[in-house]
Design a protein around this ligand. Structure first.
Ligand SMILES: *[C@@H]1O[C@H](CO)[C@@H](O)[C@H](O)[C@H]1NC(C)=O
Ligand SMILES: *[C@@H]1O[C@H](CO)[C@@H](O)[C@H](O)[C@H]1NC(C)=O
Length: 759
């Protein structure tokens, strides 16, 4: 155990890789589930990290020999580990492993050394061998024998050979260049191979010796060892080398035939062909450097003599690498979604690359194609981290397909591509946005409470809960009352409901502050204002405020001197209308009167009691009206000079003659007045207040008289301006009017009528 290697991706990756790494050593062939070591502890991780950070062995191409136990964080054996299958004859067998932890994504490199156990016996390829030896053979002549094979390494592999006891034969070891040893028989019977393991394992073969007649010269190869080099892509059927042996004997004793040694594995026989006659070795199969880079062929040359004599040679074929393997990109950890606010340098995925070729042919460079906010940072050998290199915005790009190209340095180079989907997860970085910066609503007064006043809507560019908008009304005051007692909002869809029927005469405009808030954490919000304008409806009849009615329905008598001249001011009638605009344009009309000739001096023939019914109506839709009845009592005692007697004769014929006094407010006279003047007057007239003077005689043309605040320049400037907020307080108005009247003894009867029908 040498310590722990941590990838620190936030540092520049040029920092040299430290050598310290975790290393375990186990014997091969351990049972599945055997503990290799506590990897969590050795990497400095707590027990909670094992699950939280998903401690695991990175996926490798091929078999997964180890796993991490999620309970204790132990590295355990997952599959049968056969050292011989993994590492063949090489003396050391080390499996590099990558252990991944997430949040943050880190790669730990560990190594597991697989130790050899003596689980293989030495094996002879052939169980029997016949040696043919001439009778005259002198003692000391050597005969090559087959080597036994033991896949184990070191002391567990073949260590020695023994021969069954015999007086005629002995065993010698022959040394080959490179340290290989092979037994050679010097006459004998049973050959046993022993390994050096504990307990010792052995294998043996029988040797049958036949003594024959004379053929004194053995075929001799020109070279005991032929060395050739072949590229792995060499075409089948091409000749690799020609071996040649000569025999000094004459005739059949000197005729040589070539053959592969008896113990040549069939795998080699399927790749190489030896011409029996001329000794040419050619390829019949495909070479593969990655599978086998060195072959050794044992070749025998036999003469045709009796007894036959044979010579031996070896051919060593070295296969050279060709760039025939495409680099392979392996995703060590599948990428999990990256938050759009992830800092620059956040590790998104771990990638490793593999190329089975050697040297430059196996040297791989990774590149990202296209532009994306990611870069590849190299870590230890052939491992890379895909990290963010710039800002991410899910609202612009929610998924990236990062395309990685791996290219080796062979000639010509080979390359492969892999596309890694990286999804960006949402962060609540967009507030809800209302469809308009502010809203204006026109609402008729006297609406039904509980009806939808308006619907606002806001949208949020984020995703899921972060985009789920709820609406609320922020508290504010409307005429000193909380707005929430006027309206409420459907928090889900932004529909605003009225809780009141609004009265234009009391409230003309108000604001509702609406907030839209998303469900993110933390949540974001935005505000908007809904301006509500109440529209006037003609819901108020004109109200007679002078003369005040003495009692409901009672007809009050007024006095007037019989001697009054034409143009005598009898009384004034004043009415107001709480509505606005046309709805408050008031006109007056004498609807019905008894035989009173108000346009001329009162005569002796006139009844002493006169009745006037004055109808007052507005200009709204529907028209609202009121009436007032004025009773006038003519009295003799009150003397006024009668100036014009001529009217009396002219008018005396009609008892029910009517005097119509049309009083029209001059609201529409704007065209002759400057706009400024109009506006000033309009403001003053927000509450229409008008009155009519009931005159005796024809002093005014058409016997009509009207006055309103729209004609302030009139000689009768005794009109009253009433503030909108105090219109209901008629007493105040009355006191003003009383003071302006010459005779306050007149009494009136006032009556409101809802429609114009009665006029
Ligand atoms: C909001 O929901 C209410 C009750 O479901 C519904 O009456 C109203 O029409 C909805 N408003 C909108 C704008 O969909
Ligand atoms: C919305 O209005 C509330 C209350 O006035 C205030 O606290 C909040 O900051 C406002 N929000 C925004 C986004 O302006």
């Amino acid at each position: 155990l040498f310590g722990t290697y941590h990838l620190n991706f936030t540092l520049l990756c040029t920092t040299s890789l430290t050598d310290g790494q975790t290393r375990y050593s186990i014997p091969e062939e351990l049972k599945q589930g055997s503990v290799v070591g506590n990897i969590a502890k050795d990497l400095g991780l707590g027990l909670t990290d094992i699950l939280d950070r998903k401690l695991r062995v990175a996926a490798e191409a091929g078999k997964q020999y180890f796993t991490v136990d999620s309970g204790k964080g132990e590295l355990v054996v997952n599959d049968r580990i056969d050292r011989e299958a993994l590492c063949g004859q090489s003396a050391s067998c080390v499996l590099p492993l990558q252990v991944v932890t997430e949040n943050p994504l880190q790669l730990h490199r560990i190594e597991v050394e697989i130790r050899d156990i003596n689980d293989n016996s030495p094996v002879f390829m052939t169980q029997q061998k016949a040696l043919k030896i001439a009778e005259t053979t002198v003692a000391g002549v050597r005969f090559p024998l087959e080597t036994a094979h033991d896949p184990d390494v070191g002391s567990n592999s073949v260590k020695s050979y023994t021969l069954s006891k015999s007086e005629c034969f002995s065993l010698k070891m022959k040394e080959f260049p490179g340290g290989r040893q092979a037994p050679e028989l010097v006459h004998e019977l049973l050959l046993t191979a022993l390994d050096g393991g504990k307990p010792v394992k052995s294998g043996s073969m029988k040797i049958q010796v036949t003594v024959l007649d004379n053929n004194d010269n053995i075929p001799v190869f020109k070279k005991p060892l032929y060395n050739i080099t072949v590229p792995e892509n060499n075409m089948p059927s091409s000749v690799l080398v020609q071996v040649e042996a000569t025999d000094a004997d004459e005739g059949a004793n000197g005729q040589v035939e070539y053959a592969f040694n008896d113990h040549t594995p069939t795998t080699l026989l399927s790749i190489f062909h030896l011409d029996v006659v001329n000794g040419e070795i050619s390829l019949t199969g495909q070479l593969d450097y990655e599978l086998n880079s060195v072959y050794e062929l044992h070749i025998t040359a036999k003469d045709k003599g009796v007894p036959e004599m044979e010579g031996h040679c070896r051919v060593q074929i070295i296969v050279t690498d060709i760039n025939d393997n495409v680099p392979e990109i392996i995703l060590t950890s599948t990428p999990s979604p990256v938050r759009e606010d992830a800092a620059k340098g956040t590790v998104v995925a771990l990638i490793s690359v593999r190329d089975l070729d050697s040297g430059d042919n196996g040297k791989v460079v990774l590149k990202l194609s296209g532009s994306s906010p990611f870069i590849l940072k190299p870590s230890f050998s052939n491992n890379y981290a895909l990290v963010t290199s710039g800002p991410l915005d899910r609202e612009s790009f929610s998924v990236y397909n990062v395309e990685i190209t791996a290219t080796d340095s062979g000639s010509p180079p080979l390359s492969s591509k892999k596309s890694i989907p990286v999804s960006i997860s949402d962060v609540n970085d967009n507030p809800p946005v209302f469809s308009q910066p502010s809203y204006t609503v026109y609402l008729k007064e006297n609406g039904v409470p509980g009806s939808i006043l308006y619907s606002v809507s806001a949208s949020d560019l984020d995703f899921g809960e972060n985009a789920k908008v709820s609406y609320s009304i922020l508290d504010s005051k409307v005429q000193d009352v909380s707005v929430s007692s006027y309206v409420y909002i459907n928090s889900e869809n932004g529909s605003i409901y009225s809780m009141h029927s609004f009265d234009y005469e009391k409230l003309k405009v108000f604001q509702i502050l609406v907030q839209a808030k998303d469900q993110g954490s933390p949540s974001l919000s935005s505000n908007t204002t809904v301006h509500v304008f109440i529209l006037d409806q003609n819901d108020n009849a004109p109200t007679v405020i002078y003369p005040s009615s003495a009692g409901l329905g009672s007809l009050s008598l007024q006095r007037m001197p019989r001697s009054a001249k034409a143009g005598h001011l009898v009384t004034k009638v004043t009415a107001v209308d709480a509505d606005s605009g046309h709805n408050a344009w008031i006109s007056y009309k004498v609807a019905e009167a008894t035989d009173v000739r108000t346009k001329r001096p009162v005569s002796e023939q006139d009844d002493s009691s006169q009745r006037l019914l004055i109808a007052i109506k507005d200009d709204g839709e529907p028209v609202q009206s009121a009436t007032v009845t004025v009773s006038i009592l003519l009295e003799d005692g009150l003397h006024e000079p009668i100036l014009d007697i001529r009217h009396k004769a002219a008018e005396s014929g009609g008892k029910t003659g009517r005097l119509a006094l049309y009083l029209i407010l001059s609201l529409a006279s704007v065209s002759v007045l400057s706009v400024v003047t109009f506006l000033i007057l309009a403001v003053k007239c927000v509450r229409n207040n008008s009155y009519v003077e009931v005159l005796g005689g024809d002093m005014m043309s058409q016997s009509q008289s009207f006055r309103s605040c729209m004609s302030p320049m009139s000689e009768y400037s005794d009109f009253t301006l009433i503030k909108p907020s105090s219109t209901s307080d008629f007493k105040e108005v009355l006191s003003v009017l009383d003071a302006s009247l010459p005779d306050s003894t007149w009494t009136f009867e006032s009556q409101q009528v809802s429609t114009s029908d009665q006029i």
